[in-house]
Design a protein around this ligand. Structure first.
Ligand SMILES: NC(=O)c1ccc[n+]([C@@H]2O[C@H](COP(=O)([O-])OP(=O)(O)OC[C@H]3O[C@@H](n4cnc5c(N)ncnc54)[C@H](OP(=O)(O)O)[C@@H]3O)[C@@H](O)[C@H]2O)c1
Length: 119
């Protein structure tokens, strides 16, 4: 049976690196991030690296509906999940006194709420 993985924040950095290793290992992949064009470029690279199938779902994971679309797209294509890589995140470095509450809310939504909704 072929294996599959869902990777958030797969368009660059650590998530893209994990996606590449899993593609080389023959996993089918669902990739998520906000920038759809960037995701398509990475998806083409991963197909060339050996991924059996690559599904791309662009959207902001701070939005519950986006998280739901990612899960549904993966389930519709692969039917099961072997690895969930919760990599997308918002940095929180900086002095607390200067940390805008809007950024705090975004951090909670992307770093905590979205992973919970994807489980
Ligand atoms: N690099 C480090 O030294 C370090 C240290 C500690 C923790 N981390 C954490 O490790 C993870 C990966 O780090 P990285 O350095 O590879 O980060 P990165 O280069 O900034 O990549 C972040 C990825 O997450 C996606 N993303 C960001 N916000 C999103 C949102 N609201 N909805 C959906 N996707 C979103 C980005 O794509 P889009 O912009 O297109 O959405 C991108 O694919 C992050 O969670 C980061 O906080 C990294």
């Amino acid at each position: 049976m072929s294996r599959s993985a869902l990777i958030t924040g797969a368009s660059r950095g650590i998530g893209r690196g994990i996606a590449t290793r899993l593609a080389e290992a023959g996993y089918g992949l669902t990739l998520s991030a906000r920038d759809a064009e960037r995701l398509e470029v990475v998806a083409d690279e991963l197909r060339a690296a050996g991924a059996k199938e690559v599904v791309v779902v662009a959207g902001d994971l701070a939005d519950d509906a986006s998280a739901g679309r990612v899960v549904t797209a993966h389930a519709d294509t692969f039917g099961s999940l072997n690895a969930l890589v919760l990599n997308a995140g918002v940095g929180t470095a900086g002095p607390i006194g200067e940390f805008p509450m809007r950024r705090f809310a975004k951090s909670v939504d992307v770093n905590l709420r979205a992973p919970f909704s994807l489980l």
